[in-house]
Write a protein that binds this ligand. Structure first.
Ligand SMILES: [Zn+2]
Ligand SMILES: [Zn+2]
Length: 183
């Protein structure tokens, strides 16, 4: 499918054993909302060098660099992982991306429970993963954060804020995104 179109394609790779369902749900939603070809590349092991011993977390920035090597055929590579990601200035991140680069990553680690550790429904969990994935892909396509409270490019560091977002970009961000995808 990727070869039959001139549109850039997005490749999804599991970082660690994640099962098939999460990558498939993410792929279907990206394809549906952004109207771009999406393929599931497969799985890589969790790169040991990304583990930060003193934080007991994984270096999101280094993960992004490693993902660059996974495929050269895709305009954008999205990693999906279950390990806890961090960057130097934040205690954790739901996901991370190279702004205007090629790679993005989303972690399910902080998305599988409520803010107080309570159980959440599967549908809320999948919605969260999809929202973070789309947000990070927006960054790969050079989008910055958006102030619109009904837009996926709004910055959310807390689950409550993430849950209140619809799985939609505002008109402006969607317009920019589709234009950047086709440029
Ligand atoms: Zn962001
Ligand atoms: Zn927006």
């Amino acid at each position: 499918m990727d070869q039959q179109t001139n549109l850039p394609s997005i490749g999804i790779v599991s970082v660690g054993k994640l099962g098939n369902l999460i990558p498939r749900v993410v792929a279907a939603n990206i394809q549906g909302i952004l109207d771009v070809p999406v393929s599931i590349i497969g799985e890589i092991e969790i790169p040991e060098e990304t583990f930060i011993l003193e934080r007991r977390q994984y270096d999101a920035g280094l993960m992004l660099k490693i993902l660059e090597e996974v495929s050269t055929n895709h305009f954008c590579i999205l990693g999906v992982t279950y390990v806890d990601l961090c960057i130097p200035v934040f205690t954790y991140v739901f996901g991370e991306a190279q702004l205007g680069g090629r790679t993005a990553i989303v972690s399910t680690y902080r998305l599988q429970r409520g803010e107080l550790g309570e159980t959440i429904s599967e549908s809320v969990f999948y919605e969260r993963v999809v929202k973070v994935a789309l947000h990070e892909i927006g960054h790969v396509f050079s989008l910055y954060h958006c102030e619109n409270e009904y837009c996926l490019m709004r910055f959310s560091s807390k689950l409550g804020a993430l849950d209140s977002l619809p799985i939609l970009f505002c008109d402006r961000c969607l317009f920019l995104l589709k234009r950047l995808i086709r440029s």
